[in-house]
Design a protein around this ligand. Structure first.
Ligand code: 5GP
Ligand code: MN
Length: 329
């Protein structure tokens, strides 16, 4: 993950102006983001939705699959839709925080649309939109959006501030990752000054845990294995585990960071069979561990950041003769 302290923020005046002009002319705007949306995906989509609605636009914010319930405190959450939209009926499409087009579930439609805008902080975003703003120095996509709003004089309301701060809070691992620069803390202070409540965001996204969540955490933590030769700290959760605990993939949010806390390891991997035959892998490392987990994620068809990445594969997680394995569907 690039260090924001040593990487200067690019001058995006021209791109911002082009985006603001295009959106000003549009009447109907579609906002998209990635599958399994996280705090940054939801925070950026909703912040932009509020901003455009205040300009009188008709806005649809589409997420490919449903968002975790614990994000329901976000203003506008109930207006997110998982109904696949008719992309060509919109004047403009803005894709946020998504890395790769297939993760938006709108790949073909977006490629055929004449006015598409990408705003992302993933360095491996292929910049396939008509207008692209990719800033890997940004700790979160909501940091780029804040810069865009400020530079184009779009007012930031309390609701927008809450959405933007949520993206920053969750993508910096609650201000613990290396990306937590002085600039990010200043930005958080500004957003609090505009009415965002950090303690509320922290409680809703990080501290609050229901019984299913605590139960599935217990299972994951009881399964930690350390592979001495690769330095990987691995835990697996089967679909049956989820069912027995009444939990979903969302309830495991944060577990992989806990695995990554183990000293003398190179990286952490959490494998979850979230639907029968579908496995989500989450990878984490830390600067001092000197492991670029995005390389491993890429090999498995996924991607992400050097210190936080992920992938999805087909397969079942099973235990055979006491050993956990991924077997083909
Ligand atoms: P998480 O483990 O929290 O789901 O994801 C961590 C990061 O990895 C995300 O911010 C995203 O950049 C990336 N990521 C997670 N899953 C996938 C995936 O299936 N494909 C790609 N390209 N990136 C992913
Ligand atoms: Mn992000």
């Amino acid at each position: 993950m690039p260090n924001v302290l040593t990487n200067t923020w690019p001058n995006l005046t021209k791109e911002y102006r082009t985006i603001a002009d295009s959106l000003r002319r549009a009447q109907r705007v579609l906002i998209g983001t990635h599958q399994h949306p996280d705090g940054d995906a939801l925070g950026s989509a909703l912040a932009l939705m509020h901003a455009l609605r205040l300009q009188g636009k008709r806005v649809t914010a589409y997420i490919p699959d449903s968002a975790p319930d614990f994000f329901s405190f976000l203003p506008g959450f109930s207006e997110l839709t998982t109904l696949k939209p008719d992309v060509q009926s919109f004047d403009a499409v803005v894709l946020l925080d998504y890395t790769q087009l297939y993760r938006t579930n709108l790949e073909e439609e977006v490629k055929a649309h004449p006015l598409t805008i990408c705003i992302d902080h993933h360095y491996d975003n292929l910049q396939e939109a008509k207008i692209n703003v990719v800033v890997p120095q940004a700790a979160a996509t909501t940091q780029i959006l804040f810069d865009f709003f400020e530079k184009t004089r779009i007012p930031i309301t309390k609701d927008m501030a809450t959405c933007l701060l949520t993206g920053i809070f969750t993508d910096t691992g609650s201000f613990m990752h290396d990306s937590t620069s002085p600039e990010i803390l200043e930005l958080a202070a500004k957003l609090m000054g505009r009415g965002a409540r950090l303690s509320h965001i922290a409680h809703e996204t990080y501290q609050k845990k229901g019984l299913p969540s605590l139960r599935i955490w217990g299972r994951a933590l009881s399964r930690i294995m350390v592979n001495e030769s690769t330095g990987a700290a691995v835990a697996v959760i089967t679909h049956q585990d989820l069912q027995e605990c009444g939990a979903t993939l969302d309830d495991l949010s944060g577990v992989v960071n806990m695995l990554n806390a183990l000293p003398n390891t190179k990286y952490a991997l959490l494998l979850v069979e979230f639907e029968p035959g579908k496995i989500k892998g989450s990878l984490r490392s830390e600067t001092h561990k000197q492991t670029d987990v995005s390389q491993l994620a890429k090999k498995l068809g996924g991607g992400g950041h050097k210190l936080a990445s992920g992938f999805e594969v087909d397969g079942h997680i099973v235990q055979q003769y006491g050993v956990w394995r991924v077997v083909p569907v």
